[in-house]
Design a protein around this ligand. Structure first.
Ligand code: ATP
Length: 266
């Protein structure tokens, strides 16, 4: 059974604007797919629709099967059971996932407690371990901090620890590195890469940046105006793009890279 099977997914607004248009793709257990496209191409709405988290007023049609369960049209109770255990998400801005008024440790403890039933000291230790796994130094200090008392990169790691707490089979990462400094970005990508590998998780990685996507995924789906333009392995897309739009994306990523090379050389 395919872990995530999306067929004919279409997202429309109340005013009948089509924002995601007849999208079909699949992610098998342990596979990594990148969703790439420029701003407004429908990447985030696609990843939200996968978890039944579309904003009010938007409607999804078509089919999204997550571990065999239909998400489109599902009741909230069924969705709650899927979220966390089957799939969870890390967003670009970790503050959307974190409660500003709650210490970090408590926020991670909650999903951990639900999954494991741990309490007291054992739960404290599990929280520290979860923070340690996302390579946060001094996990006990971080656990006592409020979100505003730690850095953006640290917050993103906390959000990742929360997303991993229920040991999901699929991790959806929506521009998880875009808001970070470049060096912190590279560390975060390395971390994601090794955590996904260690846990044999599947990954749906959403980004506008082909260079970033090609570092972490095996295949890519290119979106434009809510439609699939092209899909293929990273290798094929980069070296043998079939569509002019994909070729333009590759070209602009190359220009950026070579500008960096020139900068580094000079
Ligand atoms: N809540 C909303 N109400 C109305 N339109 C929306 C809403 N959210 C997104 N849209 C529109 O849907 C389209 C797709 O948005 P989406 O956020 O999925 O794009 P994206 O590819 O993720 O872009 P970005 O990289 O900028 O996040 C855009 O035209 C956007 O303006």
């Amino acid at each position: 059974m395919t872990l995530l099977d999306v067929r004919g997914l279409t997202v429309t607004t109340g005013e009948d604007r089509t924002l995601v248009d007849d999208l079909t793709f699949a992610v098998g257990a342990g596979e990594r797919l990148g969703l790439i496209g420029e701003s407004g191409s429908g990447k985030s709405l696609t990843s939200l629709a996968v978890l039944g988290l579309l904003p009010p007023g938007m409607t999804a049609t078509g089919s999204v099967r997550l571990a065999g369960t239909e998400v489109v049209g599902a009741r909230e109770k069924a969705l709650t059971e899927l979220r966390g255990r089957r799939a969870s998400v890390v967003f670009q801005e970790p503050l959307t996932a974190l409660d500003p008024l709650m210490r970090v440790g408590r926020q991670i403890a909650e999903p951990l407690r639900r999954r494991t039933g741990l309490k007291g000291d054992a739960l404290h230790k599990a929280v520290a371990d979860a923070l340690d796994q996302v390579r946060l130094p001094d996990p006990r200090r971080i656990a006592r901090a409020f979100p505003h008392e730690i850095s953006g990169g640290q917050r993103q790691r906390v959000a990742l620890a929360m997303a991993l707490a229920c040991e999901p089979e699929l991790l959806i990462a929506d521009e998880p590195t875009t808001a970070l400094d470049v060096t912190v970005q590279a560390d975060m990508l390395d971390l994601l890469d090794s955590l996904v590998r260690e846990r044999s998780m599947a990954l749906l990685f959403v980004s506008h940046d082909l260079a970033v996507v090609s570092r972490i995924t095996d295949s890519v789906l290119v979106l434009r105006h809510g439609r699939a333009v092209e899909t293929g392995t990273v290798e094929d897309l980069v070296h043998r793009p079939r569509e002019p739009y994909t070729a333009a994306l590759v070209e602009s990523a190359r220009k950026l890279e070579s500008a960096l090379d020139v900068g580094a050389g000079g």
